[in-house]
Design a protein around this ligand. Sequence first.
Ligand code: CU
Length: 150
Amino acid sequence: MGNGLRRACPWLLAAVLAASAAAACGGGGGVRRASVTLREWSVQPSPAETRAGRVRFEVENAGTRPHEMLVVKSDLPPDLLPVSEGRVAESMVNVAGEAEAFGAGEKRVLELDLSPGKYLLLCNLVELPPGAPAVSHYQNGMVAAFLVTP
Ligand SMILES: [Cu+2]
């Protein structure tokens, strides 16, 4: 009896480890992961491409002020989205999802079902300091390409 248990346990443990490894690697139709770092003034996805399906963006604000992250499906070059007063016109682009503005040092998780295509990850905040020019995070360079392959 004791021997049987000792034999069974390593096998069980191996099965559990294999299952969690498969989940972490996004295998078998699981969730794929991408880390995204936001700061002034960049959006850095790692990796910058993934396969279609459920994608989990783990987004970190490594900057010093609030940021947000929009996922926009677009074939346009990153800096050529339609803009109105410093802000990407969200009604004129295909927004797949959004992590609302969050503070410096914070993290957010955004899970989306993405079809194959070209995407842009961008911050669409515009600061309007009194008596000073508006600060467009997108126009300052907070945008990055992200590719979803079939
Ligand atoms: Cu920003």
